[in-house]
Design a protein around this ligand. Structure first.
Ligand code: HEC
Ligand code: HEC
Ligand code: HEC
Ligand code: HEC
Ligand code: HEC
Ligand code: HEC
Ligand code: HEC
Ligand code: HEC
Length: 406
C-alpha cells in the first residue's frame, strides 16, 4: 500500500517537473524565436498564475524541426479553465458568426483567401465557433491559424480583461458600411465622453457607457439584441402598413416566398438566431437594455429614446419596401428575367453585392448602408444629431422616389 503511494508521488513529481521543464524550454527558446509572444505572455495574468505555453499548445513540439506538432487552441482549449465564459459565449450570437456567414447563398463563390483565409468575411466571422472536424478540414486545405475565437477581444498573448473592456476591442469588426456601430458610437456623446476619459481630460469616474456597458452587462459573454442585424422580427408589427412593408422585406430576404409562404430559408434564419421569433424574446433583450440605460438616465427617457429608434425602422422600412416592389414589378412585367440561382423571379437581398443586376446592387446599398444608418439604436443617440440622419434620410428617400418615377 505504502509503496504504491510512493509510486504515485514519484509519478506526480515526474509529471509536474516534466511539464515545468517543458514550459521553461518553450520560453527560453521562444525568447529568441518569437520575443513579442513571450513578452505578452509574461505581462499576462496567465503567466502570474502559472498557465504556460504548454497549457494551450501542448508539449509535443520541442525543437524547431517539429513545429507542426504544436497544437493551436480552439474554444474547447479555453473551456478547460473558463467554463462559465464559454457557456455564455455559446448561448449568444458571437458563437454562431462562422455558421451565419457560411449560410449566405453567394459565400461559396468568393475566393477562399477572403473567406476561410480571413482576408475578408472570415477575418471578422472567425469570432464564431467551428467544430473540431471543420478545423481539421480547414487545416488540411491550408487555413492553419485563426480558430480560437476567444482571442477576438482579449487578444493573444496578453489575454487582458482590461483590454477587452475598452470599446476599441469591438472596433475591428463592428465598423464599415453595413454595421457602422463603431462610427456611430465614437461620434456620439457616449463615445466622445469615453474617449475624453481615456485621454484623462475628464475624471476617471465620469459616466460614459462603452459597448460592453450596454451589450456585455456584468461581463456576460452572451451577446444578442432585440432587433438584430437585419431589424426584422416576429410577431409582425400591429401597424398595418408596417406589417405589409416587413412582409415585403421578408420576401426579398427569401424567408417568405412571393406568395407570402415560409420557405426553407426560414429554417436557416431560425437556426442562426437571426431574428427574435416571439414577443417574449424581443422584450427580454429590450428590458435588459433599458436596465443598462437606467444606470445613468431616467427609465422613461430611455424608453422614449428606444421608441424613437423603432419608429425610424418603421419609416425606413416603408421606403425600402417600396423600392423592392418597384424591382419585383420589373420581374413581373418581364423587363427583368429570373437570374440563374434565384428561387423566384423576385429581388434577393441576401446576394449582397453579388446581386446579378445593377439595380439590385443599388437595392443592396439602400438596405445595408442607408437603412442601417437610418435607425439609431446602436448608440441610441448619435444619428439623430443634425446633419447625418438628414443626409441619409434624403439618400434613401430620393432613391425610392427616383425608382417610382422610372
Ligand atoms: C528549440 C526552440 C523551440 C522550443 C524549445 C519550442 N519552440 Fe515553439 N517554435 C520554435 C520555432 C523556431 C517556431 C517557428 C517560428 C516561426 O515560424 O517563425 C516555433 C513555433 C511554435 C508555434 C507556432 C506553431 C505553428 O503551427 O506555426 C507554437 C504554438 C509554439 N512554437 C509553441 C511552443 C511550445 C508550447 C513549446 C514548449 C512545449 C515550444 N514552442 C518549444 C522554436 C521552439
Ligand atoms: C491561454 C492560451 C495560450 C497560452 C498560455 C499561450 N498561447 Fe500561444 N496562442 C494562443 C492562441 C489562441 C493562438 C492563436 C491560434 C490561432 O490563430 O489559431 C496562439 C498562437 C501562438 C503562435 C502562432 C501565432 C503567431 O501569432 O505567431 C505562437 C508562435 C505561440 N502562440 C507561441 C506561444 C508561446 C511561446 C507561449 C508561451 C510563452 C504561448 N504561445 C502561450 C493561446 C495561447
Ligand atoms: C490551464 C488553465 C487555463 C487555460 C487553458 C486558459 N486560461 Fe485563462 N486564466 C486562467 C487563470 C488561472 C486565470 C487567472 C484567474 C482568472 O481570472 O480566472 C486566467 C485568466 C484569464 C483572463 C483574465 C485576465 C485578466 O486580465 O484578469 C482571460 C481574459 C483569459 N484567462 C482568457 C483565456 C483564453 C481566451 C483562453 C484560451 C485561449 C484561456 N484563458 C485559457 C487559466 C487558464
Ligand atoms: C472579430 C470580430 C468581432 C469582434 C472583435 C466583436 N464582434 Fe460582435 N459580432 C461579430 C459578428 C461577425 C457578429 C454577427 C454574428 C452573427 O449574428 O452570426 C457579431 C454580433 C454581435 C452582436 C449581436 C447583434 C445582433 O444581431 O443581435 C452584438 C451585440 C455584438 N456583436 C457586440 C460586440 C461587442 C460589444 C464587442 C466588443 C466587446 C464585439 N461585438 C466584438 C464580430 C465581432
Ligand atoms: C469588418 C468585419 C466583417 C466582415 C469583413 C464581414 N462581416 Fe459579416 N458581420 C460583421 C458584424 C460585426 C456583424 C453583426 C452586425 C450587426 O449585428 O449589426 C455581421 C453580420 C453578418 C451576418 C448576419 C448574421 C445575423 O445573424 O444577423 C451575415 C449573414 C454576415 N455578416 C455575412 C458576411 C459575409 C458573407 C461577409 C463577406 C462577404 C461578411 N459578413 C464580412 C462583421 C463582418
Ligand atoms: C466580444 C468580446 C469577447 C469575446 C469574443 C470573448 N471575451 Fe472574454 N471578456 C470580454 C470582456 C469585455 C471581459 C471583461 C468583463 C468584465 O468587465 O468583467 C472578458 C473577460 C473574460 C475573462 C475574465 C473573467 C473575470 O471575471 O475575471 C475570461 C476568463 C474570459 N473573458 C474568457 C473568454 C473566453 C474563454 C472566450 C471564448 C469563449 C471569451 N472570453 C471571448 C470580452 C470578450
Ligand atoms: C454609463 C452612463 C450611461 C449609460 C449606461 C447610458 N448613457 Fe446615455 N448619456 C450618458 C451621458 C453622460 C450623456 C451625455 C449627457 C449630456 O450631453 O449632457 C448621455 C447622452 C445620451 C443621449 C443624448 C441626449 C442628451 O440629453 O444629450 C441620449 C439620447 C442617450 N444618452 C440615450 C441613452 C440610452 C437609450 C441608453 C441605453 C441604451 C443610454 N443612454 C445609456 C450616459 C449614459
Ligand atoms: C448606450 C448603450 C449602447 C452603447 C454604448 C452601444 N450600444 Fe449597441 N445597441 C444599443 C441598443 C439600444 C441597440 C438596439 C437594441 C434593439 O434592437 O432594440 C444596439 C444595437 C447594436 C447591435 C445590433 C445591430 C444594430 O445596429 O442595431 C450591435 C451589433 C451593436 N449594438 C454593437 C455595438 C458596439 C460594437 C458598440 C460600441 C462601438 C455599441 N453597440 C455601443 C445600445 C448601445
Amino acid at each position: 500500500m505504502r509503496s504504491m503511494t510512493m509510486v504515485w508521488v514519484l509519478f506526480g513529481f515526474f509529471v509536474l517537473s516534466h511539464s515545468a521543464a517543458a514550459a521553461e524550454g518553450c520560453v527560453s527558446c521562444h525568447k529568441e524565436a518569437t520575443p513579442g509572444v513571450v513578452a505578452d505572455w509574461q505581462a499576462s495574468e496567465h503567466s502570474k498564475e502559472d498557465v504556460g505555453c504548454a497549457d494551450c499548445h501542448g508539449s509535443e513540439h520541442t525543437t524547431k524541426h517539429d513545429i507542426d506538432r504544436a497544437k493551436l487552441p480552439i474554444v474547447e482549449t479555453c473551456a478547460k479553465c473558463h467554463e462559465d465564459q464559454v457557456k455564455q459565449y455559446r448561448s449568444g450570437k458571437h458563437s454562431i458568426a462562422w455558421a451565419a456567414y457560411k449560410a449566405m447563398p453567394t459565400t461559396h463563390q468568393l475566393p477562399s483567401a477572403l473567406t476561410d483565409g480571413h482576408k475578408g468575411c472570415g477575418g471578422c466571422h472567425k469570432i464564431g465557433e467551428k467544430s473540431e472536424e471543420e478545423v481539421l478540414k480547414l487545416k488540411q486545405s491550408g487555413s492553419h491559424f485563426g480558430h480560437a475565437a476567444c482571442d477576438s477581444c482579449h487578444t493573444r498573448h496578453l489575454f487582458s480583461k482590461e483590454e477587452a473592456r475598452q470599446p476599441q476591442a469591438c472596433q475591428t469588426c463592428h465598423m464599415g458600411f453595413d454595421h457602422p456601430q463603431w462610427e456611430m458610437y465614437e461620434s456620439s456623446k457616449h463615445g466622445v465622453r469615453h474617449k475624453l476619459k481615456q485621454l484623462r481630460i475628464i475624471p476617471e469616474h465620469a459616466s460614459a457607457p462603452t459597448c460592453q456597458t450596454c451589450h456585455m452587462q456584468d461581463g456576460n459573454h452572451e451577446v444578442r439584441t432585440a432587433w438584430g442585424f437585419l431589424a426584422v422580427r416576429l410577431p409582425l408589427p400591429e401597424d398595418e402598413q408596417w406589417q405589409k412593408d416587413q412582409v415585403t422585406i421578408l420576401q426579398a430576404l427569401g424567408v417568405l416566398d412571393p406568395d407570402g409562404q415560409p420557405t426553407d430559408r426560414l429554417e436557416v434564419v431560425k437556426a442562426a438566431d437571426v431574428a427574435r421569433l416571439d414577443q417574449e424574446a424581443f422584450n427580454k433583450e429590450r428590458n435588459k437594455m433599458i436596465g443598462a440605460c437606467s444606470q445613468c438616465h431616467a427609465k422613461d427617457f430611455a424608453e422614449a429614446e428606444l421608441a424613437k429608434g423603432d419608429d425610424m425602422i418603421r419609416r425606413a422600412d416603408h421606403l425600402l419596401a417600396e423600392a423592392i416592389r418597384v424591382i419585383a414589378g420589373l420581374y413581373r412585367d418581364g423587363v427583368l428575367s429570373k437570374p440563374e440561382g434565384y428561387a423566384y423571379p423576385f429581388p434577393d437581398l441576401l446576394t449582397f453585392h453579388d446581386a446579378p443586376r445593377p439595380i439590385e446592387q443599388k437595392l443592396f446599398v439602400m438596405h445595408l448602408s442607408h437603412r442601417m444608418r437610418a435607425f439609431p439604436p446602436s448608440t441610441a443617440t448619435p444619428i439623430i444629431r443634425c446633419g447625418t440622419a438628414g443626409a441619409l434620410w434624403c439618400a434613401i428617400s430620393r432613391r425610392s422616389r427616383t425608382w417610382q418615377r422610372s
